[in-house]
Write a protein that binds this ligand. Structure first.
Ligand SMILES: O=C(OCc1ccccc1)c1cn[nH]c1
Length: 246
């Protein structure tokens, strides 16, 4: 997968040199390229923002640098990339959407700042590539860089060869299967006895059926406590399946 990131803070993405993603880049699984938006400014001060039409607080990112940056980065011949634009006003980013993005051959991330990017940039981009405005949560960051790191990490770990079999992506909370859409319960490793706490004996019993039942019970307890709305959705899905099979 090729990933291009356009930002006024390229140094923000130094962490993508590290660990799993750094190794995947070295192995050629991931081709991540950083671009400084200011390379496409025309004035002496490399200005990327200006006051909002219609008044109001803050600044808006100017269309011209973005338009030319996207022409340069995403304008080549051949199939266009999918443009991902992290923003509080985007559609929710979920594990499901990460899986779909992990099937894309080429993603371009536009890191917005201030009050956002002039809306004509997205409208202009939509004429030649699919555009996805994504929110990683209901809060406001100073810019799209942190959100881009989150999305890139979530998507990259789903690519074949990025995770060693040690960090298997199979047991993710939101993965499909019997524990689908439930939160992960508690996990334990050696030593069996630590600071007067024991590991739950069932986990040492070797009875895999009992272990699976215990894990499902703990996952349900955790979900009921931290995300009760997920249980409602799960019940509705199960009810729908039962009615369909009647
Ligand atoms: O703050 C975010 O993105 C940065 C951003 C982009 C455009 C204008 C303001 C801020 C964000 C929050 N959840 N998901 C994304």
């Amino acid at each position: 997968m090729r990933i291009d990131i356009i930002t006024i803070f390229p140094d923000y993405f130094a962490p993508l040199e590290l660990s799993l993603i750094g190794k995947a880049r070295a192995a050629g699984i991931l081709d991540i390229r950083l671009h400084d938006l200011r390379s496409w400014t025309r004035d002496r001060h490399n200005t990327v923002d200006d006051t909002p039409y219609g008044g109001g607080p803050g600044m808006v990112m100017k269309p011209q640098p973005w338009g030319e940056a996207l022409d340069a980065v995403a304008g080549g011949a051949g199939a266009p990339p999918r443009l991902v634009l992290p923003t509080p006003s985007g559609t929710p980013f979920t594990q499901e959407r990460a899986k779909r993005l992990s099937d894309e051959p080429w993603l371009v991330f536009a890191c917005g700042r201030y009050e956002g990017i002039d809306a004509r940039v997205v409208a202009d981009a939509e004429r030649r590539m699919p555009v996805e405005e994504l929110s990683i949560g209901d809060y406001v960051l100073a810019g799209g860089e942190s959100a881009t790191l989150v999305i890139v990490e979530t998507v990259s770990r789903l690519l074949p060869g990025v995770l060693g079999n040690a960090e298997s992506a199979v047991q993710d909370s939101f993965a499909a299967g019997a524990m689908e859409h439930l939160l992960e319960g508690p996990v334990y490793t050696k030593p069996a006895h630590w600071r007067d706490q024991e590991v739950p004996p069932v986990l040492l019993s070797g009875d895999h059926g009992a272990v699976d039942r215990w894990r499902r019970h703990e996952a349900l307890r955790k979900t009921a406590r931290n995300r009760p709305e997920l249980l409602r959705e799960l019940a509705a899905r199960r009810l729908h399946e039962l009615e369909r099979s009647d």
